[in-house]
Design a protein around this ligand. Sequence first.
Ligand SMILES: [Zn+2]
Length: 107
Amino acid sequence: MSYWRLSVLPGFILLTGAIVALMARFVFSKTPMVGALADQVASYAFPVALVLAFVVYMWNLLAVLEWQRNPDAAACRHCGGPLGHIKDGRWGPYSKCFACGRNTPRT
Ligand SMILES: [Zn+2]
């Protein structure tokens, strides 16, 4: 079991923020219609993405730490990893594994 999936979504958020900031700075800032807006976006996109990525990472990390602390917590039927929140699906309630990303039915 690995915890690398904890950092996938925060990494994607950071990358998206960096790409948006760079595109706003170097592509759209010279455009006459949206130049002022692009400057604003360029200055705020990456800091907002950084804060959002940190919040998402801490949310996932706290969920995993809570799972580790509870000895009766359900585990993934595929890898034994920690499970996320219970969701309603077509075949009944299920949880997604933080480690492998597969679904485990919850009854
Ligand atoms: Zn799993």
